[in-house]
Ligand binder design. Structure first.
Ligand code: FES
Ligand SMILES: [Fe+2]
Length: 347
C-alpha cells in the first residue's frame, strides 16, 4: 500500500535521454525518456496493442514509436499514428501518462490523480543552488526492503551509535533523550547533545577545536522523503536558544525513497553544507563517507526485512521507536483516506 497522490523521484535527470528506459515505481513499470526538444516524458510502459514495453521502442521527435508495429504516442499518452490502419487511429489506443518535473537534478513523477499534480508540492530545499553552500552526491542505491524500514531508520538518531561506529557515532548518541514532534506534513525526531567530542566523520570537517554541541534533526515528510540536519557548534553555543556563532557547521542531508515494490526501494540522496562550497576534495570525502555509512545501513535493513519476513513470534517496540510508530500510523491513515476517496469517486 502506497500513498499515490505524491511526487516521488523517478531518476536523476541526467540518467534520462533519448533512449527510452523502464523504471519501476510503486509496482508500476514506467517508460521515461527525453524528446528531441529535451522534454521529459513518463508513460505507462506497455503498448495497448500487444503490451510490448514502450521502453523497447524509439523516440521520434516529440513522440515515441512502439518497437513492434509502430503505434506512436505523444506526451499525454494519446496515439497519434497507427501504421496499417488506413490513416485512422484507434480511439482506444492510449497509454497512461504521468506528470513529470525536473528539480534539483532529479526527475519527479506524480503517481496519483494527474489533476492533483501541483509542482509546488515538490519537496522544497532552502539552500539548493546557493553559491555559499557546497553539495555532494552519488548514485542512487537499491535496498531490498520495504520503504518504511528506511523511513524508520531516518527517524532513528540512536542507531548511529551501533551501526555507524566509525563515522557518526559518539558516546552521547547512545542514550541522550529524543524529542518527537508530529506535524501536518512530517514527523521530526531530534536532540541536542551538549559539550561532546565531535564524532569521527565530522571531526575532519568542523572548523573549531575542542568539544561541540551537536544537533541531530531527523525529519521525514510524508510519504518517504527525509531531511536530516546535523549541526555542530562550539561547546556552550548550542541548544535551542544558543547564540549565533560563525563557526557553526551545518550539514543537510536529503534522502528521497521511492518504493519500487513492497520489498524493494530506490534511495536517492545528496548533502548540502555551509562550509567550503567549492572544495571538491571535501565533497568527495563527504560522499565517500556517507556512502560507506549507507552501505552499513543497507546491510542492516536487508537483514531486518529478512528477519521480519521469517519471524516466528512477534517483534517488540521500544521507547526510541515513538517517532517511527507515529509516522507509520499517520501515513497509513493518509493512505486509507486516499483509498476511501477513490472508492467513493469510482462508485
Ligand atoms: S505491440 Fe505495440 S504496436 Fe503492436
Ligand atoms: Fe544510518
Amino acid at each position: 500500500m502506497f500513498l499515490r497522490n505524491s511526487w516521488y523521484v523517478g531518476a536523476w535527470s541526467d540518467e534520462i535521454d533519448e533512449t527510452p528506459r523502464q523504471i519501476l515505481m510503486l509496482n508500476e513499470k514506467i517508460c521515461v525518456f527525453r524528446t528531441q526538444s529535451g522534454t521529459l516524458f513518463a508513460l505507462e510502459d506497455a503498448c495497448p496493442h500487444r503490451k510490448l514495453p514502450l521502453s523497447m521502442g524509439r523516440v521520434k521527435g516529440e513522440a515515441i514509436e512502439c518497437g513492434y508495429h509502430g503505434l506512436t504516442f505523444n506526451c499525454s499518452g494519446a496515439c497519434i499514428a497507427a501504421p496499417g490502419a488506413g490513416g485512422r487511429v484507434p480511439s482506444n489506443a492510449t497509454v497512461r501518462s504521468y506528470p513529470i518535473e525536473e528539480r534539483y537534478g532529479l526527475a519527479w513523477i506524480w503517481m496519483g490523480d494527474p489533476n492533483l499534480a501541483d509542482p509546488a508540492k515538490i519537496f522544497q530545499i532552502e539552500h539548493f543552488d546557493d553559491p555559499t553552500w557546497g553539495i555532494n552526491r552519488g548514485k542512487a542505491m537499491e535496498v531490498d526492503c520495504n520503504y518504511l524500514y528506511i523511513t524508520d531508520n531516518l527517524l532513528d538518531p540512536s542507531h548511529v551509535a551501533w551501526v555507524h561506529q566509525t563515522s557518526f557515532a559518539q558516546n552521547a548518541t547512545r542514550d541522550t533523550p529524543l524529542e518527537t514532534d508530529v506535524q501536518d506534513g512530517c514527523v521530526v525526531v531530534s536532540r541536542w547533545m551538549m559539550d561532546v567530542e565531535p564524532a569521527p566523520f565530522y571531526k575532519k570537517i568542523v572548523e573549531f577545536e575542542g568539544n561541540c554541541d551537536r544537533l541531530q534533526h531527523y525529519e521525514v515528510r510524508f510519504p518517504s522523503h527525509a531531511f536530516i540536519r546535523a549541526v555542530f557548534k562550539p561547546a556552550g553555543t548550542g541548544g535551542k536558544n544558543g547564540p549565533d556563532d560563525p563557526r557553526t557547521f551545518i550539514m543537510d542531508s536529503f534522502n528521497f525513497m521511492t518504493p519500487m515494490t513492497d520489498g524493494k526501494t530506490r534511495y536517492y540522496w545528496f548533502q548540502l553544507r555551509n562550509v567550503r562550497p567549492k572544495d571538491e576534495a571535501l565533497s568527495k570525502m563527504m560522499s565517500e563517507g556517507v556512502m560507506q555509512a549507507f552501505e552499513e545501513d543497507r546491510i542492516i535493513l536487508n537483514a531486518v526485512q529478512n528477519g521480519m519476513n521469517e519471524k516466528t513470534n512477534p517483534n517488540i517496540d521500544l521507547a526510541i521507536d515513538n517517532g517511527q510508530l507515529r509516522f507509520r500510523k499517520k501515513l497509513s491513515q493518509m493512505i486509507e483516506d486516499e483509498r476511501k476517496l477513490k472508492s467513493v469517486e469510482a462508485a
